[in-house]
Design a protein around this ligand. Structure first.
Ligand code: FMN
Length: 181
């Protein structure tokens, strides 16, 4: 029995404009096409207390050992806190946590006044209702261009039910998850 023919693939690069130069703006425009989830990475800093920021740069790195990564702008007001602290927590946001993502993407001191959270083993806030949570110790910090790359070893993790809808980010806008293809 022969398999059903696959649908013809769309021709490659049709209507894909070729940028003239790799400028920061062209990088942002092209990278923005890449859809990501949204995370809030938190830690408990000895000087600033509880801190957290919204990140789309979170990604999987290794299963054995269990490693994850994310990167922070070197100009961030919270860089020193994450450099001082040996542990952090990654909260992968659910679609209904959009307001939290906005809140943690601005400079304000009352970020943790909204939403329900509890301190993890390191004291880093764990946000209730996240689709997944990774409690990590910092394995490596490395300057990379205008960002600092953080690699964390996962010490503990948790996740919600499989049907829990995640928050998606693409081209500067928030989305829900689309249909399964
Ligand atoms: C959806 C989303 C994703 C973001 N991802 C990152 C990121 O991966 N790295 C980063 O440095 N900033 C990222 N930001 C920006 C930070 O959240 C923002 O710079 C920060 O909250 C502002 O405070 P700061 O100036 O103290 O860093 C993101 C913002 C949003 C809304």
């Amino acid at each position: 029995m022969s398999a059903a023919p696959l649908p013809a693939a769309a021709p490659l690069l049709v209507e894909t404009a070729v940028a003239a130069a790799v400028t920061p703006l062209a990088m942002r425009d092209a990278l923005g096409r890449y859809a990501t989830g949204v995370t809030i990475v938190t830690c408990l800093d000895a000087e600033l207390g509880r801190v957290g920021l919204s990140f789309s740069s979170f990604n999987a790195l290794s299963l054995t050992p269990p490693l994850v990564l994310w990167s922070l702008r070197r100009e961030s007001s919270l860089l020193a806190a994450f450099q001082r602290t040996a542990h952090f927590a990654v909260n992968v946001l659910a679609a209904n946590q959009l307001a939290l993502s906005r809140r943690f993407a601005t400079r304000r001191e009352d970020k943790f006044d909204e939403g329900v959270w509890r301190p993890g083993a390191s004291g880093a806030p764990l946000l209730d209702g996240s689709v997944a949570i990774f409690e990590c110790e910092t394995a490596t910090r490395q300057e990379a261009g205008d960002h600092v790359l953080f690699i964390g070893r996962v010490l503990a993790l948790a996740h919600g039910p499989a049907a829990m809808p995640p928050l998606v980010y693409q081209k500067g806008h928030y989305h829900g998850l689309g249909e399964q293809l």
